[in-house]
Design a protein around this ligand. Structure first.
Ligand code: UDP
Length: 425
């Protein structure tokens, strides 16, 4: 499996993985999250788990289950941690804790290194028999402006983990007494969502949905979630539509841990009603997502909060300029004015869309730079390497020899390498 990537990533990257895996072989790794499909975490785990497994590291992926009430509470926690003004009651927290206790009873939570993803399963630390020194909490959400009340609750669990992983420095928390490290997500260039597609395969998908490839196509792929601001995208499109004969595609599926999707989707359909050039598509397959991104003229990810925004990475890999909300992980990916634009409002998005739709050469050049930016920074081999280094740190840390690289602000970057980037025009 690994050898298929030779030629796509530098030989040295693969050699490094083989060297690290020789040290770690037979050490086991367990991931725990709250959904097997839908959203960036499931996407990342589906890519990473087979990689570490094929490098000889026994790897498991467990998913917590829960009642609808549990997922309503965890979605409220998620929203509050991303800055929404929501209070969570004491009885809601009891529902949350009880569900995790029930999960812990049926799950096999033992491994040499256990990575718990996101707030939903964070309190498993109270119920699992694993040594806390093997436990890592990885946060995939935008913690730049958390509700103080909900963060205080979550912090009581998180501060007992051996290590905490964030996507970008602005999510690091000053009041955490444990090492905080940065690992950026990644995409798999050979997965159906990202592999090369022939023109016929792309057109087969656009034809199926009635999308016209002879006119500009604006695309946002996202779960129907208010933080992704689909209504803001429609607003920007409507402004641009006055001068440009373009189409808008909003494609989104659902995640089993997100009960809000149908409600937000209904709002989007209402805002799109009556315009035959807006396509609201449900649960696209990976190949359909890939084809829609490749058919796009410009890709948007106009989030108002964003943990990372894998859709931005995917879009840049397809050689498309991206207009993204200037928040969270999107700011670390889009090089403003080089691979796309960071915007703060629907008006800002409309302004940048008008520019890109009237400058095809700049649009193409930005797309090409975006693809190189992903090649250097966000492919799965770099991510697997970071996971192997994380494992080494946890295992070595347990024997009192941490191998982290401290930085001025208290965060550390695992196995830091010079961050190769693209330069301006
Ligand atoms: N995605 C998908 N189908 C959809 C919507 C999203 O396959 O209908 C994928 C998308 O391609 C990306 C992931 O789900 O790989 C979303 O990750 P991101 O980090 O952008 O956002 P999250 O959903 O985790 O907030």
């Amino acid at each position: 499996m690994i050898e298929k990537y030779r030629g796509i990533v530098p030989d040295a990257a693969l050699d490094e993985l083989y060297a690290l895996s020789r040290i770690l072989r037979t050490r086991s790794l367990l991931h725990v999250n709250s959904t097997r499909t839908g959203g960036g975490v499931a996407e990342i785990l589906a890519g990473i788990v087979p990689w570490t497994e094929s490098l000889g590291i026994p790897t498991r992926w467990e998913v917590i289950s829960g009642t609808p009430g549990f997922f309503e509470v965890t979605k409220s926690m998620h929203n509050a941690l991303q800055g929404a003004d929501i209070e969570i009651s004491h009885s809601d927290l009891q529902v949350y804790l009880q569900n995790l206790q029930d999960n812990a009873r049926r799950m096999q939570l033992n491994a040499d290194v256990v990575v718990i993803h996101d707030p939903q399963p964070a309190y498993l630390i109270d119920y699992c028999p694993v040594n806390p020194k093997s436990l890592v909490w990885r946060c995939h959400i935008d913690l730049s402006h958390p509700s103080a009340h909900v963060w205080r609750f979550l912090r009581q669990a998180v501060s007992r983990y051996a290590m905490v992983v964030f996507h970008v420095p602005q999510f690091a928390q000053a009041d955490l007494p444990v090492p905080q490290v940065l690992i950026a997500p990644s995409i798999d260039p050979l997965a159906d969502k990202n592999r090369h597609l022939d023109e016929e395969e792309i057109t087969a998908v656009t034809d199926r949905f009635g999308i016209d490839r002879s006119r500009p196509i604006l695309v946002q792929i996202s779960r129907f979630d208010r933080f992704k601001d689909p209504l803001g995208v429609i607003k920007a499109y409507k402004q641009v539509r006055q001068n440009f004969d373009c189409q808008l595609v909003l494609a989104g599926g659902s995640a089993t841990d997100d009960p809000e999707g149908p409600r937000v989707r209904a709002e989007v359909e209402q805002a799109a009603a009556g315009d035959p050039d807006i396509f609201v598509l449900s649960s696209p397959t990976d190949i359909e997502v890939n084809a829609l991104q490749r058919a796009a003229t410009v890709i948007l990810q106009k989030s108002v909060r964003e943990g990372f925004g894998l859709t931005v990475t995917e879009a840049m890999w397809k050689g498309k300029p991206v207009i993204g909300g200037a928040v969270g992980g999107i700011t670390s990916q889009i090089v403003h004015g080089v691979t796309g634009f960071l915007v703060h409002s629907p008006d800002g998005a409309a302004f940048r869309l008008r520019y890109l739709l009237s400058h095809p050469r700049a649009t193409r050049q930005m797309g090409e730079k975006g693809r190189e930016h992903v090649r250097h920074n966000y492919l799965i081999t770099r991510h697997v390497r970071d996971y192997l280094l994380l494992m080494l740190n946890i295992l070595e840390g347990r024997s009192g020899r941490p191998i982290l690289l401290p930085r001025k602000n208290g965060t550390v970057i695992l196995g830091e390498k010079p961050h190769e980037s693209v330069s301006g025009p």
